[in-house]
Write a protein of this length. Structure first.
Length: 77
């Protein structure tokens, strides 16, 4: 299959998008672990895992800079 055709396929684009979402989630959880000195609790982890919008996850990655706890981070998530 031609690489150009494959990269234009909806399946390929979906796989890339899912990878970006997983990467953003991973970044958010690692940032929180460093900032809050503890991993997210099960409820927060579940809430973050349920976010499938990349822009929302990216916004949380920015928001984490100005909050003081996991609860504050996901209060409006």
């Amino acid at each position: 299959m031609d690489d150009h055709i494959m990269k234009d396929s909806s399946t390929y684009q979906l796989i890339l998008q899912r990878g970006r979402i997983e990467g953003a989630r991973d970044t958010l959880l690692r940032q929180g672990l460093v900032k809050f000195s503890q991993p997210a609790d099960a409820a927060t982890q579940s809430q973050i895992d349920g976010i499938t919008d990349l822009e929302h996850l990216q916004a949380l990655c920015e928001r984490i800079l100005s909050v003081s706890s996991w609860a504050d981070l996901v209060a409006e998530a």
